[in-house]
Design a protein around this ligand. Structure first.
Ligand code: ARG
Length: 469
């Protein structure tokens, strides 16, 4: 393609916010690469709201008359209605700020041109993006809580069902199934804390920073902050227009949440396989195969694993994008919204699907119980000796020899002759056979955070209290 100026720049520049200093129109290739309306249109409710607040603020600073402020605010309300009704951008709308400005001109004419006094799209886009993060993270917090609620409900109803807990995906020790479900509950609880922190980090108002050096009109930024739901104002205009930490915080919190959903998904996918058979996915949350009629696939969970990868990719993109930029605003930042929005969308979509999958799981508690084999009580046999003052190391060695001998004959520890166990260490006595019962094993783990029935009941109560916050 031969580089050339656009023959008729009118369509691309008819409502530009910046064309004046150039002799001709922009090359179509520049127009195309520069145009962000397809992505940032999502900011329109915030751009309209912050524009209304800005009109009031510059009115108070003496830039607009009272009548002009009223006209502008009423015009912006009509712009809001139009956009809510689905009015489409035209080819000349470079980005959401240009779009709102053009629509305001359509509504109130030339006086609209006074709105952009003392502000820049640089402080505007930072402000709007922060407002969006605060709003959307509130929704995500609610949806994350719904996942916790389904985990909690299932933990409560699964009762005293036993299952193996795994380390290295090898059968390790028996636990209550409720304990396993609550493990995922607490991970998501930490996500809610991180998301709450990320909302707070978005709550610092950049508006008033202008392009980089602050506005020449002395607007009351603190009042502006209160009006727009920010808890404080940015202390430095250069930092304010170049700061995307709030996006990093949000996308980090989202990618950690995604990682937790992915790990929950991985547990469930494994446990739903015929080989484990611990859970069965509800019809409403299973998909079939176009070829194999017998299939019951947990697609939502697999998508949770996949989306976690994508969201983590967005975190890396944002960090990488930022590290190369000089202070202040750079156009590189235009792409931040792709990463942020997709990370938000991934979680908006996934959380209800994961909550529903958990809610409709059927547990096969006898399969779970059958998977708890006698050798998983090896640690309990060692603990038995320790209670009788053997050192753990010595106990470990004695029980290790029993495990080896059982394994050689393809037996579980509980299938050995009691006499063989008693012979393995002088401190073993008959009561050791009780320690091979998983229910007894579990009852020894009543310390806080353990899997004893009492400890798990306390954990459930704590989880319930957490859900109230
Ligand atoms: N569309 C731009 C963005 O998303 C808005 C800010 C543009 N600022 C500028 N100086 N061109 O970052």
């Amino acid at each position: 393609m031969t580089p050339r100026r656009a023959a008729t720049p009118a369509s691309a520049t008819s409502h530009q916010l910046w064309g004046g200093r150039f002799a001709g129109g922009s090359h179509p290739a520049l127009v195309a690469v520069n145009r962000s309306i397809g992505v940032d249109i999502r900011l329109w409710p915030y751009d309209v709201e912050l524009s209304k607040a800005w009109a009031t603020a510059i009115g108070e600073a003496g830039v607009l008359t009272g009548a002009e402020v009223r006209k502008m605010r009423a015009g912006l309300d009509r712009v809001h209605r139009k956009l809510a009704a689905g009015v489409e951008p035209t080819a000349s709308d470079e980005d959401v700020h240009t779009l709102v400005d053009r629509l305001l001109h359509d509504e109130i004419g030339a006086v609209a041109s006074r709105l952009h006094t003392g502000r820049s799209r640089n402080d505007q886009v930072a402000t709007g993006s922060r407002m969006l993060v605060m709003r959307e993270l509130a929704d995500i917090l609610g949806a994350a809580k719904a996942v916790q609620k389904s985990l909690y409900d299932r933990a409560r109803t699964v009762g005293d069902a036993l299952m193996p807990a795994y380390t290295h995906l090898q059968r390790a020790q028996p636990v209550l199934a409720a304990h396993w479900l609550l493990a995922h509950f607490w991970a998501i609880e930490r996500d809610r804390r991180r998301l709450t922190d990320a909302r707070r980090s978005a709550g610092v108002l950049p508006l008033g920073s202008g392009a980089i050096a602050g506005s020449a009109f002395r607007v009351n930024r603190k009042r502006l902050a209160r009006t727009l739901g920010f808890h404080s104002i940015s202390p430095n205009s250069i930092d304010a227009v170049g700061d995307r930490d709030f996006m990093l915080d949000a996308v980090y919190a989202l990618s950690t949440l995604g990682t937790h959903l992915s790990r929950l998904a991985e547990d469930l996918i494994l446990f739903g396989s015929a080989e484990f058979g611990f859970v069965r996915f509800g019809d409403a949350f299973s998909t079939g195969s176009s070829m194999m009629p017998q299939k019951r696939n947990p697609d939502a969970l697999e998508l949770a694993r996949g989306s976690a990868a994508r969201v983590t990719g967005h975190l890396v993109s944002l960090l990488t994008m930022l590290k190369g930029t000089p202070s202040g605003y750079n156009k590189d930042f235009q792409d931040d919204k792709r990463a942020l929005f997709d990370a938000l969308d991934a979680m908006h979509l996934l959380l209800p699907a994961v909550a529903g999958t958990v809610h409709t799981l059927r547990f096969n508690t006898s399969r779970m119980r059958d998977a708890v084999t006698g050798s998983m009580m090896a640690t309990d046999l060692a603990d038995h000796l320790v209670r009788k003052r053997a050192t753990f190391r010595e106990a470990h060695a004695a029980v290790g020899s029993l495990v080896r001998s059982a394994e050689e004959r393809n037996l579980e520890l509980n299938e050995l002759e009691p006499s063989e166990i008693l012979d393995a260490h002088r401190l073993f006595d008959k009561s050791v056979m009780r320690d091979l019962d998983p229910a007894i094993t579990i009852s020894h783990r009543e310390l806080d955070g353990g899997t004893g029935p009492g400890a798990v009941a306390r954990q459930l109560a704590a989880a319930r209290r957490t859900l109230r916050t």
